[in-house]
Design a protein around this ligand. Structure first.
Ligand code: EPZ
Length: 437
């Protein structure tokens, strides 16, 4: 089993180029099937979730490969609209394929994606949206079958600005007959990236980034070459890594306008951030300050995907901070692990009360989900001593070799394979740990 071994206490420094956005690339790769032919999608990160999506597309008959950050995908040979259950179980984001498959084939067979560590992850808004476009949705056990003799544009109001539901409806509506308006739509930057991709293919979509999106259905879409936006959550994660290690890091290929709320919160905590186009410099040379209250909410508010990471910074701050998590009901699983490293955090339903401590201490901890795992790595970078993070496959879903990213910034971090009991990458901390074993 692979683990990350981190020797904390080293301020990060240097320059890093941010990877493409996982949460933009996944719906864009799904949308490729809406046009026959060969697409080239650039700036795609090399992640577990991306490879699962490519395997699903291959199972549907596509030819797809990722080489040096570019996915080349030929959708002409597609022959199926049935997503294999074992692949659906590997990644719930495969639900993004419902809209495109319905638009292309008039039919889609998927399985309930199920919940995950952070919450129930319902898909009722996806299904209601597709039904509003004229699809017939049948739930047979854990399988969902959608059929349509031809999608028809409609007015749709989302009870909650769900990112995935907004994307699924946008994609299905792009090939529907007539006009669709999506009200109370999600406003995340990844929605805008999907709109730009679909319009490059010949769709007519307006309003992404606002709470009302208008889609004028078209008959055909063409394959294109397109480059994915930078990953705002990886950007925020590295910014917080610089802050918790009292370092100074330059981040390239960023889009600061995608992180306004997070930048504001970090500045309130005393982190220095300078912005010059797509370059940000982040430094923190004094103890962070407590932030009275951070509330996670849909974009442009503070992103839930940075909640666990900023909690690490606040666990080292001078004073009491409160974080309220309003998006996912199970997104405080990192708290117990941080407490094992010396953090003083009390959870009361959706609120976490964080009383800052002078330092954290290395421990063996377990990643429970993608962003909680990233937070434990940040805690290990800041802690005194050695931290071992287990179950790191969660982290590999969203970070392209996190140990290499951080190692290049001066962190003493290694990936070891306990089966082989030798460092996979790095050395340093792993050698020390293995020698102490
Ligand atoms: C996307 O998930 C992201 N994933 C998540 O990132 C992110 O945390 C989330 O948006 C919120 O920003 C991808 O884009 C692949 P939602 P998604 O639909 O689309 C409820 C990461 O770490 N809901 O906006 O699943 C749901 O239960 C991941 O990169 C319904 O009730 O998020 C949740 O409480 C984690 N019914 C809330 O809405 C539905 O039909 C937010 O879900 C759909 C959602």
């Amino acid at each position: 089993m692979e683990k990350l071994v981190i020797e904390g206490g080293r301020p990060l420094s240097g320059t890093i180029r941010i990877q493409g956005a996982k949460n933009a690339a996944l719906p864009i790769l799904a949308a490729c099937i809406m046009a026959e032919g060969t697409h080239r999608i650039q700036n795609v990160p090399d992640l577990l979730d991306i490879h699962v999506m490519l395997n699903i597309l291959r199972s549907l008959g596509c030819q797809a490969e990722l080489v040096d950050g570019t996915v080349t995908i030929d959708t002409a040979p597609m022959h199926s609209a049935h997503i294999p259950e074992h692949l659906m179980r590997q990644m719930r984001s495969s639900i993004f394929l419902m809209g495109p498959l319905l638009a292309r084939f008039g039919e889609v067979h998927v399985y309930q994606p199920g919940g995950c560590a952070i919450g129930e992850r319902k898909i009722n808004l996806h299904l209601l949206g597709l039904e509003a476009l004229g699809a017939e949705v049948q739930e047979q056990g854990n399988q969902i079958v959608c059929r349509s003799g031809g999608l028809i544009g409609n007015d749709i109001v989302l009870d909650f600005p769900s990112v995935g539901a907004t994307e699924n409806i946008m994609m299905a509506a792009a090939r529907a007959d007539g006009i669709t308006m999506i009200h109370n739509a999600a406003r995340e930057p990844e929605i805008q990236d999907l709109q730009n991709f679909l319009n490059a293919m010949g769709a007519e979509i307006y309003g992404a980034g606002t709470d009302t999106i208008t889609v004028k259905g078209v008959k055909r879409l063409q394959p294109v070459t397109y480059s994915v936006i930078p990953d705002r959550i990886v950007t925020g994660t590295i910014m917080i890594a610089a802050a918790v290690t009292r370092g100074s890091v330059t981040l390239e290929n960023t889009n600061p306008s995608h992180l306004t709320s997070a930048i504001h919160a970090l500045r309130r905590a005393g982190v220095q951030i300078t912005i010059d186009g797509d370059i940000m410099n982040v430094s923190c040379h004094t103890r962070p300050k407590a932030v009275e209250r951070i509330v996670t909410s849909p974009h442009p508010a503070f992103p839930t995907d940075l909640q666990s990471q900023i909690m690490v910074l606040l666990s080292l701050a001078d004073g009491l901070s409160i974080i309220k998590e309003t998006i996912f009901e199970g997104r405080f699983k990192h708290v117990d692990e941080l407490a094992r490293m010396g953090a003083d955090i009390r959870v009361d339903q959706t609120n976490a009360y964080i009383r800052g401590v002078p330092r954290l201490y290395g421990a063996t901890v377990e990643a429970t989900d993608l962003r909680a795992g990233a937070a434990l790595v940040l805690a290990g970078l800041a802690a005194r001593g050695i931290t071992v993070v287990e179950q790191i496959h969660h982290i590999d879903r969203g970070y392209d070799r996190i140990e290499e990213m951080l190692g290049r910034l001066g962190a003493n971090i290694s990936r070891i394979d306990t089966a082989a009991n030798a460092p996979v990458w790095g050395g340093g901390a792993a050698d020390k740990l293995v020698s102490e074993a």
